[in-house]
Design a protein around this ligand. Sequence first.
Ligand code: FES
Ligand code: FES
Length: 922
Amino acid sequence: MLERAAGVSLTLNGAPARLAAPPLERLSQALREHGGLTGVKVGCDAGDCGACTVLVDGEPVCSCLTAVGQIEGCAVETIEGLSPGEDVVGRLQRAFHVHGAAQCGVCTPAMLLAATALLRRNPRPSEMQTQDALSGVLCRCTGYRKIIDAVIDAQGLAGEALPVPPDAAAVGLRLPRLDGAIKISGAEIFGADAWPTDALLARAIRSPHHHARFFLGDIEAFQRAHAGVAAVFTAEDVPGENRFGVIRPFADQPVLAEGVVRFRGEAVALVVGEEGAMRALDLSFFPVTWDILPALTALDEATAPDAAPIHPLRPGNVLTGGRVVRGDVETGLATADVSVEGEFETAFVEHAYIEPEAGFARRVADRIEIQACTQAPYMDRDDIAKILGIAPQRVRIIPTAVGGGFGSKLDLSVQPFIALAAWLLGRPVRMVYSRTESIMSTTKRHPAAIRAKIGATRDGRLTAMDFVADFNTGAYASWGPTVANRVPVHASGPYRMPHYRARTRAIHTHLVPAGAFRGFGVPQSAIAQEQLLDELAIKLDLDPLEFRILNALEAGDATVTGQVFKEGVGFKACLEALRPGWRKAREAARVFNAAAKGPLRRGVGVAGMWYGCGNTSLPNPSTMRLGLKPDGRLTLFQGAVDIGQGSNTVIPQICADAIGAPLALFDLASADTDTTPDCGKTSASRQTFVSGNAAFLAGQAMRRTILRLANVGEEAAIRFEAGFVVIEGAGGERRVNLSALSLNASGFVAEVQETFDPPTTPLDEDGQGEPYAVFGYGAHLAAVEVDVELGRVKVLRLICSHDVGRAINPTLVEGQIQGGAAQGLGMALMEEFVPGKGENLHDYLIPSIGDMPPVESILIEDPSSIGPFGAKGIGEQALIPTAPAILNAIRHATGVRVKHTPATPDRLRAAILALRNENGNG
Ligand code: FES
Ligand code: FES
């Protein structure tokens, strides 16, 4: 904690203090490491993300850009020092909690500090003033709208105690997150926030080249020359398999490269030592030489007939492919009166969660324990066991809070390094990725090259679609097979498509591995398919929204895999819900453009989506355990990692109602591979649907168990009182004294465990079958304003309608929709990662608070009989239609069809000029 003898004097969180740190040290570092104030988050160390915001003399500053020496005599406030007793703080915290303004929560301390500074000087800020005041802090989860709402709403709130869950049925209520209080206090522990005091620090030596042979020099001499370095590990030190990968049959990525690197950022060695020495160490002195080899970085280079294979057993650099065929696509296109075709390209997209990967590992006797940020604790456990050459039961994964994941934290990052070092050294080892390291080495959204053709009859009915896509999967497999298999099932969109052929390939290049990112390739295919549908509507002179409604898939229709859902297909309702807004916005754009004299033009676009919840035709179980304690409280062992989406709240809501118990009685035992059963990974929009179903079944089983205690039938009602359950049945009321019952080994008077695995069937060689038990559906409307001279696009408004089956918690569903829409907006307009360039958050742009327009969410509830209380997933669904809706709006405003995303100003300006030239208006 704070030392009294050395450093600078300041007022810290209201009390005089001395901060014992060198004057040139970053204030963020000093507050976290010396002051123990880990509510100060570090997302970039470069002044880009604002997560490190603290108040210095009442003003928000980036503490990563402030030297300790600069704060002598200043008053510094961190989230830990904000007192709910201060009126402004109490109101803000309550408003953030009630509005669901904290999702993962890693940006929340900074947002609250910036908002506190604003409200202290201006108790009634406007929306614009709020956006200005918070503009220095990035949030990747929320889409900012609930944060803005919270700050504005805080004006009218009293700073009273946070609301508690009600006694009534919980499903369908706008309940604040059960884990919300800790998020707004800044006390939540993320990957970098906890470490044993004797932990060593690990840093990786990474390739600066896309493809190279490497030669290690005299490592012992390096170690001798650098005091404090405890060990250097290379591939030879890996005791088990030097391979990992999320899909076992494709596992191909070495923990530490063996003589050759296949992407820039690949690790070749790990240096481990005492914290201070490691921070000071200049890794450029590490003895390694590189023999640069030709790199295949583009899809056409990697698939050229003479391209050298990146992996010997994958000829043509094809990792794998996918295929769905229905009907006869040639005949279908031949019978079309009108057809359109196009080629589209999308970019690498970086996840840009605000929390870089971090954690620590320690050896406990013959076991290894890892506490790190992850979306997939059981998958981590099994892969680490293979790497160390030990049984999975000897690995314990304790996920920390996750400061955003969006798919990338399904893959291993720091875990193999810290596990290896802690295992071999017998001391705890900690690792925290820098922003650059995170961007250069972790998975991305696959860039895609797509060619597609769609036909329709004169009266607007779709006849056929032919779709071909290559996805740049980078150097190692990661989730490439999943993308290749999922896209052909989805590439038609949720439309009746009598004849269909979709073929995909995942192609290796010498670039950073592409993996899972919200939608597994479907956002890319929707950019092509929804833009072509728009072209088709234009060609047929049909209203684009009505054209989609005409072709919308409905209950009883066959999908392109031949699957027929008899209920729960709410896509048409999603489109119809947009109709009033669509007509108004199109008319407003027409009037605006008719009067426009300057360079601004307005447009309105629409796009639809569907997304299958869970794995594609593969087992996908979740298991929930539930115990009843003698005091009448219930413990839910919930291994579904909440990465901000809200499963820590939604799943207990489902379980509570399945029993008929108040949510307030629930205690949550969060994911820990030693104590919680396997709930699978947090991905593919599966947790509400799959783990929610497991919780529903566990709740029902507990209810039956309780009824058996009283020996009454299923129709009896249950009431919980302190230490008792009261059962009212036909025979009257029975009170069961829980403290009189015997306890099992876990200390419960009753315990149940239930599993749910969604019913699917394998796909045949034509991709026919039932790949998902449930799809979610949605449609977005985007209104944009384009500066046709500068090529700049401003999104004015989004209306997002989603069929979620049943909104278990509408506030959290809206949060997912707004956050997904923000990421879709970024994908459409600004996000493009170029390996080797822009490995930071000032070159790689994500939407800031000023980029997000108002978002209207419309929740359609067309229940699925297989979903818990009818619920479907929403996580990935929310992102998919935003980009194509924006691109269709740009087409409406300018006449330009964007073929290469993102539609950056330079690209759009060039396309506008090209169109003018084509039309002879150059
Ligand atoms: S950590 Fe300081 S701005 Fe990102
Ligand atoms: S809630 Fe803002 S980054 Fe996650």
